[in-house]
Design a binder for this molecule. Structure first.
Ligand code: SF4
Ligand code: SF4
Length: 146
């Protein structure tokens, strides 16, 4: 028996018409957007935009901290190590303020309970490290001025 020869299907006119109109539409959209300012940014060359209420690495106005431990008590994952002592005027002086970002889930609870509002969420998020130990941030890394 002679082998069957496969018939090549010729694309229909309707198919070609649809393909052509799709290409024209696509090119039209591209042409319209060519002159516009780009919306996306080339990260990391251009720093990514953080919205106002972004929850990044905390900011602490250390001079205003009253060492009340409210943030440490409310934290669901026990991120904080806060140590202080009373000064000569009976006011607490901050000695150590660490946040362990291995545990932090950026829930904002600690910020909400801070009585003097000296603890806030910042917009820094680039905290890639080679060792987990380096994800424990000390006061110097968190400190900001009011
Ligand atoms: S943001 Fe939440 S998890 Fe992170 S330190 Fe504050 S309370 Fe703890
Ligand atoms: S709640 Fe605010 S004032 Fe109290 S220890 Fe935490 S950062 Fe300091």
């Amino acid at each position: 028996m002679a082998p069957e020869t496969k018939k090549r299907r010729v694309p229909s006119f309707r198919y070609l018409k649809r393909l052509g109109s799709g290409l024209v539409k696509g090119l039209a959209v591209t042409t319209v957007h060519l002159g516009r300012r780009p919306i996306t940014r080339v990260y990391p060359e251009a720093k990514a935009y953080s919205p106002e209420r972004f929850r990044g690495i905390h900011n602490l106005v250390a001079d205003e901290c009253i060492v009340c431990q409210a943030c440490a008590r409310i934290c669901p994952t026990q991120c904080f190590t806060i140590v202080g002592h009373r000064g000569p005027d009976r006011r607490f002086i901050l000695e150590q303020f660490d946040i362990d970002y291995n545990r932090c889930m950026f829930c904002n609870l600690c910020v909400e309970v801070c009585p003097p509002k000296c603890l806030t969420m910042g917009n820094e998020f680039e905290v890639g490290v080679n060792d987990r130990v380096n994800l424990v941030f000390h006061v110097d890394a968190l400190k900001v001025e009011r």
